[in-house]
Design a protein around this ligand. Structure first.
Ligand SMILES: NC(=O)c1ccc[n+]([C@@H]2O[C@H](COP(=O)([O-])OP(=O)(O)OC[C@H]3O[C@@H](n4cnc5c(N)ncnc54)[C@H](O)[C@@H]3O)[C@@H](O)[C@H]2O)c1
Length: 342
């Protein structure tokens, strides 16, 4: 039962870019507060803590010993996620871990098992599911209005200035564009299309300063006979985004993450406009509101560790298909040992 008076105390491991966004989102929620932060860079932790009235701890162990923590958000580079989840599970703290849940499936299995043994909820931060138009597309499909799933796509082209010194440029730490970026698109497609039967993919490396792939195209075959496609770049001068869905009874497009347009077979128009001023920050507010409400009500998180593992399995298969030039068939399984391009 919802207890409106229950304040949820949130701890952060990591005080970088996404931590600042989550902290601002949490600030909009009356019955939650950012209570504690640890970061290997103490200055970063102090800066963020200062803005939000949180207490700084020297490391994860000290953070986990702090009394009264209701949930730990893991907001660090992916390579450390498995160790950090396992440590939080040992301290019996519910966990929200940013995507990717881990960088290998073995690690994901260990992290999920540690949480299940401890009887703790584990959430994967696949935040794109909280976008109102992405969720509306899912609802229209689930309600049967669009008929059976036929195909979906997600194309997101941006210019992202990745520093060659950033962990983003290290495949072993961040998983490259595929784990960092494509995971959201692949998760959305498989949220709509269900079980994946096979994937093929091709990547391109157009920014010579980077060690990682910065363009990716992939094709998914679903068990239900439908198909999915992603087209992504971090290195184009002209940015645009489009997602789309085709059902046997209708189709729709989501343009620039702001407008949904489409039509059903009976002639009804589909139209939802978030307005040109729509700010992606809303997605993170929705995510934290859902997390806080579920903690208060003692309900499981919306996007589980198993969901995170599934997204990871599909994403690693796409990465393997792109790097080997071979189609990967289900069971997708097996991680590819990650190596930088140079
Ligand atoms: N859901 C989304 O849309 C979204 C968007 C951006 C990033 N992310 C994810 O969030 C995570 C963090 O990304 P970011 O962009 O904030 O990175 P970042 O580099 O800006 O911040 C990471 C922070 O973690 C700290 N850190 C590193 N190792 C640590 C450790 N062992 N213990 C404590 N602190 C440690 C660093 O000092 C840094 O402050 C990644 O998994 C990334 O994929 C998700």
């Amino acid at each position: 039962m919802l207890n409106d008076k229950l304040m949820i105390n949130i701890g952060f491991l990591g005080a970088g870019d996404i931590a600042a966004v989550h902290a601002a989102a949490i600030k909009t929620i009356n019955d939650a507060r950012l209570a504690a932060i640890a970061d290997v860079d103490p200055e970063r932790a102090r800066l963020l803590a200062g803005k939000h009235g949180a207490v700084v701890f020297s490391d994860l162990e000290a953070l986990l010993r702090s009394p009264g923590l209701d949930v730990l958000y893991i907001l660090t580079p992916p390579e450390g996620h498995a160790r950090q989840i396992i440590a939080a599970a040992a301290a019996r703290i519910p966990i929200v871990c940013e995507k990717p849940l881990t960088v290998t499936l073995d690690e994901a299995d260990q992290a999920i098992a540690a949480c299940k043994r401890a009887g703790l909820p584990l959430m994967t931060g696949l935040s794109h599911r909280y976008h109102p138009l992405a969720a509306l597309a899912k609802e229209l499909l689930q309600s049967g209005e669009l008929g059976d799933f036929v195909a979906a796509w997600s194309h997101r082209l941006i210019h992202l200035p990745v520093s060659p010194n950033s962990w983003l440029n290290d495949l072993r730490v961040g998983g490259g564009l595929t784990l960092q970026y494509a995971m959201h698109d692949l998760d959305w497609l498989s949220w709509l299309g269900g079980d994946v039967a096979g994937v093929s993919a091709q990547e391109a490396h157009t920014n010579p300063e980077l060690n990682i792939e910065d363009n990716l195209w992939a094709l998914l075959q679903f068990r239900n006979g439908g198909s999915g496609n992603i087209g992504l770049s971090w290195s184009v001068p002209s940015a645009w985004t489009e997602r789309g869905l085709i059902g046997s009874q209708g189709n729709l497009r989501i343009i620039e993450q702001k407008r949904l347009v489409g039509r059903l077979a009976d002639g009804r128009e589909l139209a939802e406009d978030l307005g040109d001023d729509y700010d992606w920050f809303d997605v993170f507010v929705r995510e934290s509101r859902d997390i806080v409400r579920r903690l208060q009500q003692g309900q499981p998180f919306s996007i589980s560790g198993d969901d995170g593992r599934r997204a990871l399995e599909i994403t690693l298969a796409v990465q393997k298909a792109a790097k080997t030039g071979k189609m990967i068939h289900s069971p997708l399984g097996n991680d590819l040992p990650l190596e930088n391009n140079s």
